[in-house]
Design a protein around this ligand. Structure first.
Ligand SMILES: [Zn+2]
Length: 86
């Protein structure tokens, strides 16, 4: 689980999301090699591992993130979105 301290908590804020419209990067999950929709921290729904990824890069390929139990798919879900100026 991503961690923060009392001091760094000052720089993290909770945002409201809507089911329709808005920012789909919060509600979608992304598979192996998909294009990263927004820079931030992503969690694999299959194993709980976390990665940081930059917008427009690719999520890890098959040979970089694997599950011992192959029935659990690799799906990356955005948990912390970074705020960048560009
Ligand atoms: Zn995983």
């Amino acid at each position: 689980m991503a961690q923060i301290t009392a001091n760094t908590a000052l720089h993290v804020t909770q945002v409201a999301t809507t089911l329709l419209g808005g920012a789909p990067e919060w509600s979608n999950a992304y598979g192996i090699g998909a294009t990263v929709p927004a820079s931030g921290i992503y969690r694999c729904t299959g194993c709980g591992d976390e990665i940081t990824s930059n917008k427009d890069d690719k999520f890890p390929p098959q040979n970089r993130h694997q599950h011992a139990n192959q029935s659990a798919p690799v799906q990356w879900q955005l948990i912390v979105k970074t705020q960048t100026k560009a």
